[in-house]
Every structure is written in C-alpha cells, then in structure tokens.
Design a protein around this ligand. Structure first.
Ligand code: HEM
Length: 393
C-alpha cells in the first residue's frame, strides 16, 4: 500500500470549461490515480471504474447518510429518506416504494408512455427540423412523471424549473434562488399537489398508506414523494437528449438500429455508458479507507465521477466509441449500483426505449443542423439545445 496522494492542482473539476467539455479533464483525473484529491474543492475524486464501483457498493465504509451530493446534509435533518440515508432506514424506505417500479407497474404505464413517445415523434417528423430538447427531452420525462406519480403540476415549465433546481442542489456553488425554487416546489406539493391527487395513484399510496408496506413514517412521506416526483425529471431529460445526440454523432449505429430494432434496449444501455447523465454522486468515509492504494482519511468527502468511470479503458474496450452491440454495455454505473441503484431506472429506460422505437419506425437519419449546446450544469450532462433534422423513412 502506498500513501502517495495524487493531486488535481490548478483545475477546478466544477469549472465552467470542464462542465462544457468534460472529457479531457475527467480522463486526466482517471489516469492520475484511483482517488485524486482536489484542493480546490476539498474532495476525493474517483474516476476509475473498479474503484468507483467499490465505493458505491461498500455502504459501510462509504456512507450516504450525510448526503449523496456535494453539500453535506445534517444526519437527522430533513434529508431525502432514500438517496441521503443508510441502512436500516434506507432498507425500510426503499421497500416501501420498490414495487411502484416493478415489472407489473411498469407494464401498466408502458402503453401511455408509448402513446406519448409516438405522438412526440409524429409531431417532430412533421416539423422536420427540430430542437430535440424542447420536442423530446423536456416533454417525455414530464409526462411520464405525471403518469407515475399522479401529481399534476401547475404547468410544465414550472415543473422543469423546479426539477432543474433539485438537480442543482446536488452540486456545489448553490444559488439561493435555486434553494428558493426547491422550497417553492415543496410548498406547492404539500399545499396544492397532494390534496388534488386522484384516487388511485402512487402519490396517495405514499402519503396516505405510508407506501406499499405502510412502513413510511408520517414525517418521511412528503420528502419521499418529493424525491420520486422530481429526482428523475432532469436526469431523464439528460438521457433522452444524449440518446438523440449519440445517433446524430454515429449515423452508422442508427443504421444498425434500423436493421435490427431488437438492439434498442442495449442501445439505451450503451448511451447511458457513453454519455452518462448524472456527473457524480458523493459518499462520506466512516474510517480511513484504502482505495486501490490511496489512503483516504475518515470523514472525507468522496466524489464518484460517473462519466470517466464508464469510459475507463481498463473496463470497456474502445470506450470512446458508441457500439450498440457492446456485450457488456449494461455494466455501466450511470444508474448507480448496489443498495442505492436508481429506483426509477425502469421508467427512465422505458422512456428512452419507447422514444427510440417510435423514431426507428419513422426516421431514416438524424442529422445535425447546428452545433449542439451542452448545459453548463454542475450535476447533469445534458443539452441546452440540440438542433437536428429528422429525415423520414
Ligand atoms: C436516466 C435517468 C436517471 C439517471 C441517470 C439516474 C441516476 C441515478 C443514480 C446514479 C442514482 C444513485 C445515487 C447514489 O448512489 O447515491 C440514482 C438514485 C435514485 N434515483 Fe435515479 N436516475 C434516473 C432516473 C430516475 C427516475 C425516473 C426516478 C424517479 C421516478 C429516479 C429516482 C431516484 C431515486 C429516488 C434514487 C435514490 C435511490 C436510493 O437511494 O435507494 N431516478 N439515480
């Protein structure tokens, strides 16, 4: 075991340039060592696949109870009962909502998500030249989330602004206006959203029954519902935009989809690997830990960088290439792993699969009409605008 500490000096991993063009800095961090200390941010960055996976799977040495984002949360404060908690609380809360995302529940949603995706694709094909963010990436997660939870937000734009603010809270450099937006969303949900819930929906099961097994305490119900409501909107927005961008970038892979639509589920996994929406998740060490030869002290902030781990050449052959037939695409960490594995993953996957299926029926080629603009988000790899032409089949 060596105690040499690889340092990331003079580079802010959250600098604006890094956010717009992260690949080279993320690659540099990954190659600098299994855990690299950033004096700028006082965090340990983990960008190699094996080390990242180990951190995510070892919830005893790397805990979430002090927050899974950049800013620590008070252990017994008003933190999210799923992502910001450890067993045994996490296990209890997770069991109370897990079946909402089970196969049966998802298959009930599928026809509605499918109809939404088909409608969006028809409108886009009719328009020809579109911004894939405003036509696909924004509306599809918005509508799917309504179907999942039963919550009808006052308007779509406000919901997206709230969801974006929730995403930003995961990163550093918090803007007070974003904190205000999150409080506004909470107030709206408890004051108007919950009382207006339809009779049979996830929202009511969480709020009135305490989840499927009745295990949620009264005090946990609103925060649990809140995270199921808004946690997946911005990240799924990222995935949908990244999917369209990937096939504009690699037209030969789109040809492969058209030749065999059976490849679509694996194509979604490959896009999650190649362009992972969530940039990072955090853990706090409970003891001194040796991460593959680098000793990280107890009570340190550890940041798992998902995009470079998913492009680690030690794990994935030719990692910068999009290959929808890649046999081990699903090994990516884009949706986390182990006990905190994304609970909404089945819905996110379904949205992307249904959109690609609808596109494959109607679209021969996806062509760029202007450069895509990446959002300078500290938490999400997603697009601000993605102008493309859909050439009909
Ligand atoms: C492509 C879209 C999505 C991505 C990339 C994503 C990513 C992730 C990741 C990486 C984690 C693990 C966090 C950690 O280990 O600390 C996670 C957890 C979580 N996600 Fe997602 N997610 C997506 C969609 C969704 C959706 C649609 C929902 C809800 C409907 C959702 C709700 C959650 C919740 C509640 C957790 C916490 C689970 C737990 O701690 O047990 N996510 N997500």
């Amino acid at each position: 075991m060596s105690s040499a500490v690889p340092l990331l000096e003079g580079i802010d991993p959250y600098g604006i340039q890094v956010l717009r063009e992260p690949a080279s800095t993320y690659g540099h961090i990954r190659e600098a060592g299994p855990a690299v200390y950033s004096p700028e941010r006082e965090v340990w960055l983990v960008g190699r696949y094996d080390s990242a996976r180990r951190v995510l799977r070892d919830h005893r040495e790397f805990r979430s109870g002090l927050g899974a984002g950049y800013t620590r949360v008070p252990e017994h404060g008003n933190n999210y009962p799923l992502v910001d908690s450890d067993p045994p609380r996490h296990t209890r809360v997770r069991r109370s909502v897990q079946t909402e995302f089970g196969r049966e529940a998802m298959e009930r949603l599928r026809p509605l998500v499918r109809a939404t995706a088909v409608g969006l694709v028809e409108a886009a094909v009719a328009a020809g030249q579109i911004d894939a963010v405003s036509l696909f990436a924004s509306p599809l997660p918005d509508l799917s989330t309504r179907l999942l939870t039963g919550i009808e937000p006052p308007d779509s734009l406000r919901m997206r602004v709230w969801a974006n603010a929730v995403g930003q809270l995961h990163g550093p450099d918090l803007d007070p206006s974003e904190e205000n937006l999150v409080s506004q969303a909470f107030d709206w949900l408890s004051g108007e959203g919950v009382p207006a819930l339809p009779k049979h929906c996830m929202g009511r099961r969480v709020m009135e029954d305490g989840g499927m097994n009745g295990a949620l305490a009264e005090s946990e119900r609103l925060t649990t519902l809140f995270s199921l409501w808004l946690a997946g909107v911005d990240s799924s927005n990222g995935l949908i935009g990244n999917v369209v961008n990937a096939f504009a970038e690699f037209p030969e892979e789109w040809d492969a989809v058209l030749a065999d639509p059976g490849l679509i589920p694996n194509a979604v996994e490959e896009v999650l690997r190649w362009d992972s929406p969530l940039r990072s998740v955090y853990r706090r060490t409970t003891v001194d830990v040796d991460i593959d030869g680098v000793v990280v002290p107890a009570d340190a902030d550890v940041c798992v960088l998902i995009p470079p781990a998913n492009r680690d050449p030690r794990r994935f052959a030719d990692p910068d290439r999009l290959d929808i037939s890649r046999v081990d695409a699903k090994a990516h960490l884009a949706l986390g792993t182990s006990i905190h594995l994304c609970v909404g993953a089945p819905l996110a996957r379904m949205e992307a699969i249904e959109l690609l299926t609808a596109l494959a029926r109607r679209v021969r080629r996806i062509e760029r009409t202007a450069p895509a603009v990446r959002a300078a988000s500290q938490t999400m790899s997603k697009f601000e605008s993605l102008p493309v032409r859909l050439v009909a089949r």
